[in-house]
Design a binder for this molecule. Sequence first.
Ligand code: DC
Length: 239
Amino acid sequence: MDSGKNLQIAIDGPAGAGKSTVARAVAQKLRIFYLDTGAMYRAIACKVLKKAIPVDDEEKVSKLAEETEIAFDHDAERHIWCDGRDYADEIRSPEVSRIVPLIAVYPRVRKRLVSLQRREAELGAVVMDGRDIGTHVLPKADLKIFLTASSAERARRRWLELKAKGQDLTLEEVLTDLETRDKQDTERAESPLRSAADALIIDTTGLSVDDIVCKIVEYVSDISEQGKEKSIRNIGMKN
Ligand code: DC
């Protein structure tokens, strides 16, 4: 581990790969902060809808993002405070899900949110999940994980989640929506979704959340051990 820097764990992957569930559980186990960067893009999308700004008005959407203050409760809960209001519930609506990839392509929106994300990482040890964390937001992260699963499996998980929340969509609708979002996220010019060259790729199909979390926590303790050895060796060299 890079001494003088807080622990940083980056978890990237497509929608429905299990990033947020895994990232939150890892953060809880390690007692560090969890930052859901997708929630930040969703919060901006939510404001765009509330203010009835046309989604294709890049200037207005970018300005709105630049003027928005986003804060988190540094606990395991999913509160996201946007201009002093908790947006946690509203950001998961199907309408927000539909427009969020469209505003996530705007460079000024990304720049604003990336700077807020890096600011959070400076405050303490963090597990951050998103699409560009290992490749762009935290390129020096101590551990980079890329979670993936088949689109059928990811759609099934999302569909069960939405059903539990009382949202009445068919599995086919969820699959189509997910494949559209994958395409938008991977094909955009600005920080597209891809795994970092030094990321560990985990296919979560058929794995339990516990299995994945244990694997990641093991990697973290390996890194900490290597870090300790490195600093002991460095002390040895100085003497
Ligand atoms: O993870 P999610 O479904 O809540 O993400 C919502 C959208 O935000 C999704 O279309 C991808 C985009 N996103 C992004 O572009 N970069 C991130 N770091 C996180 C999310």
